[in-house]
Write a protein that binds this ligand. Structure first.
Ligand SMILES: Nc1ncnc2c1ncn2[C@@H]1O[C@H](COP(=O)(O)OP(=O)(O)OP(=O)(O)O)[C@@H](O)[C@H]1O
Length: 258
């Protein structure tokens, strides 16, 4: 279970971009976060895996308080958080298998990683997952020889190789064509059910959020103002989430208070 309480994030001396935010995700649900550009969606995701340092508040993953961790404990906790990126974040000149195995970094010795002598169990698991997402036949291909959809499948398998307790996806389909994008969303939904994994997806495509996720969280100005089943996301809720432009409004506020 992911339990976020009173989360605040302020970059420098600016106004907080996350304001006392509470969010709880239980079980294997697939949750999407929607909202205008600048609402704080990426910042929220990045606070969870501590790519961004929260200013205050608490983030607990299965009882483990993440915000207090440092050094080795932080690295161990991060391994339990899989992340899928918009731009895939693969190493182009490495093979699919090498990219996938980089999900095991931190679990295996540096020597095994450098010499690419991966443990048998890791190779077995990699093939199992690559088969599952349809890229096993590309195991020895360079990552840059793959299409966008195939590259994102590599990104998903790499994240799953970490044996994560939660999967975060930061606009995982934004670089993909509509059909491929739907395939990746369907894959994430099915994997969540199969692996009993909660998945939190930051997404701009509201139609996909409605079709492929169990719950939609709508953010505006660093606050959650909608949190319900996709069916409840009607025009009124959409207008509330997307009215105005957070960055433009912030600039206007600054002008007015100057
Ligand atoms: N590293 C940073 N330093 C300073 N301000 C930042 C930084 N990262 C994000 N911000 C600001 O924080 C606010 C929220 O940004 P964030 O990227 O979390 O929003 P978002 O909802 O994910 O937007 P988008 O949909 O465009 O990705 C924005 O005003 C942004 O300019």
């Amino acid at each position: 279970m992911l339990k976020i309480t009173n989360l605040v994030k302020r970059y420098g001396n600016g106004e907080p971009v996350l304001k006392d935010l509470d969010l709880m995700i239980e079980g294997e649900s697939v949750v999407s976060i929607i909202g205008s550009s600048g609402a704080g969606k990426s910042t929220l995701l990045r606070c969870i895996n501590r790519l961004v340092e929260p200013t205050s508040g608490s983030i607990e993953l299965n009882g483990n308080e993440l915000t207090k961790l440092k050094g080795r404990q932080l690295r161990a906790a991060r391994r339990k958080i899989g992340m899928v990126f918009q731009g895939f974040n693969l190493v182009d000149r490495l093979t699919v298998m090498e990219n996938v195995q980089s999900g095991r970094l931190g679990y295996i010795s540096t020597w095994a990683a450098v010499t690419r002598s991966y443990p048998k169990e890791d190779i077995r698991r990699a093939f199992e997952l690559m088969e599952r997402v349809g890229i096993a036949h590309y195991a020895n291909k360079r990552a840059d020889e793959l299409s966008g959809g195939e590259r994102q499948r590599v990104g998903v398998v790499r994240a799953l190789m970490q044996n994560p307790e939660i999967l975060l996806a930061d606009e995982p389909t934004a670089s993909l064509d509509p059909k491929t994008s739907e395939q990746i969303m369907e894959l994430l939904r099915n994997l969540a059910a199969e692996l009993k994994l909660p998945v939190l997806i930051n997404i701009h495509n509201v139609t996909e959020a409605k079709i492929y996720t169990d719950r939609i969280v709508g953010m505006r100005y660093g606050r959650i103002i909608f949190d319900d089943k996709p069916d409840a996301l009607d025009k009124e809720a959409m207008d509330k989430i997307y009215s105005g432009n957070p960055q433009a409004d912030r600039n206007q506020n600054m002008l007015e208070t100057a």
